[in-house]
Each structure stands twice: as C-alpha cells, then as structure tokens.
Design a binder for this molecule. Structure first.
Ligand SMILES: [Zn+2]
Length: 81
C-alpha cells in the first residue's frame, strides 16, 4: 500500500514521504536517514490518487502552508476537503 508516512531523522526533523508500506527509512533533507513513525490513519490525499507521485510531491510542499487550514477544516467538517 502506497501512502504518506511520517519519518523522523535523528536530528528531529519530521519528513513526510509518499512511499510503500515496506519502506522503513528515507533520506531526510539534512542528509540523515529518517525512520518511519507509527502514524495515525491519515485521510487520503485531497483529490490525488497514489498513481501520481508528482502530484503527491506538490501536495507535500503545499501541505506545510495549508496544514493550519486543513486542521481547521477537519475540526469544522471532519474531512480534508
Ligand atoms: Zn534531518
């Protein structure tokens, strides 16, 4: 299953990557390896399917700035839409 996983490197950076469930480590932006975290179930990407990694990348970049808004939407509507 391909989905977004959270990884944390030993510098404490949190990294989100769109990878298969078997991937336990990814390279963090700082060059260290990030270990996969046990993450709470996450709602599917807004409108993106797993067949479009580039869309997922764009989503990942967008997410930082939209996280606050998304949280608000979840509180208000219970979805990421
Ligand atoms: Zn790092």
């Amino acid at each position: 299953m391909i989905r977004v996983w959270d990884f944390v490197c030993h510098h404490g950076h949190r990294v989100e990557r769109f990878v298969e469930a078997g991937i336990e480590e990814v390279e963090c932006g700082c060059g260290a390896m990030g270990k996969r975290q046990i993450a709470a179930p996450r709602v599917t990407l807004d409108g993106c399917s797993g067949d479009f990694p580039t869309a997922a990348d764009a989503w990942e970049r967008r997410r930082e700035s939209h996280m606050r808004l998304e949280r608000k939407n979840v509180e208000n509507h219970g979805t990421y839409d």
